[in-house]
Design a protein around this ligand. Structure first.
Ligand code: DGL
Length: 277
């Protein structure tokens, strides 16, 4: 049996915040990171478009041999995960095409953070319109009240390298003020977009000091480690060299510059074509 890397996919740079936590937890494996930067952001696009793009990305990673693909993107997880999992169901007896999302592992952990039972979720318009967080939290913790806030300007600020600029302050305050007006009892805010940890310090400043801010990276990494413990048949298909291959659908030089900031280390990337058009 040949062994291969774990695929990690996001519309752009955001999934790197998940990849870096996964690598802290599971440094022994190899990874292919794919950012569809040429078509990012996804969060403001329609359901069909997000689903089509995500399908192409997943197909690409499978064609590169990845037996397991993590959708390190809430928007893609919300809009495309279920349908993709059904699409690849015929492979159930041959575990070479598994796709995991990041909403469920995040929701499973949420009740351990809130004291008041009032949680705020900040996410892309696509994730918010899917209602996935409210639905999933409602299933597991019906006593928890969820208020969701779409933040359409935050991903572009990160993708264009403006997360530390003055423009970011304005849009961070705007959406946080709107969120807290929905439910002043919120004591926990979840960053339900993998790009948002890059705005973390500004979001923290905009929130009342008593409110805690939760990012998904560690939660997803813990959940993946647990998945591999429960699935030795997948674990044995994964190659162990501790390497990451970075792929982008945009100009690699641009990707390398921003990705190196995200990862805190030098990143070499190659450009790939994933669209079937
Ligand atoms: N990082 C993605 C997420 O977690 C969204 C980015 C985008 O809108 O493309 O939802």
């Amino acid at each position: 049996m040949t062994s291969a890397p774990i695929g990690v996919f996001d519309s752009g740079y955001g999934g790197l915040t998940i990849l870096s936590e996964i690598r802290k937890r599971l440094p022994q494996y190899d990874y292919i990171y794919l950012g569809d930067n040429a078509r990012s952001p996804y969060g403001t696009r329609s359901f069909d478009v997000i689903r089509g793009f995500t399908h192409e990305a997943v197909e690409y990673l499978f064609s590169e041999g990845c037996p397991l693909v993590i959708l390190a993107c809430n928007t893609a997880s919300a809009k495309a995960l279920r349908e993709l999992q059904q699409h690849y169901l015929p492979y159930t007896s041959d575990p070479t095409r598994r796709i995991l999302g990041i909403i469920r592992p995040t929701v499973e952990a949420i009740s351990s953070f809130t004291q008041t039972g009032h949680v705020g979720v900040v996410a892309t318009p696509g994730t918010v319109s899917s209602g996935s967080y409210t639905t999933e939290v409602g299933k597991l913790f019906p006593e928890v009240r969820v208020s969701e806030q779409a933040c359409p300007m935050w991903v572009p600020l990160v993708e264009y390298g403006e997360s530390q600029g003055d423009g970011a302050d304005y849009f961070v305050r705007k959406y946080i003020t709107e969120l807290m007006a929905k439910d002043p009892e919120i004591d926990t805010v979840l960053l339900a977009c993998t790009h948002y940890p890059l705005l973390r310090s500004k979001i923290k400043e905009a929130l009342p000091p008593t409110v805690s801010l939760i990012a998904q990276g560690e939660l997803v990494a813990t959940s993946l480690a647990d998945y591999l413990l429960r699935h030795p048949e997948m674990k044995q298909r994964l190659s162990r060299g501790g390497q990451v291959s970075y792929r982008t659908t945009e100009c690699p030089e641009k990707f390398e510059e921003l990705a190196s900031i995200f990862m805190g280390t030098n990143v070499d990337a190659i450009r790939v074509k994933i669209d079937k058009g």
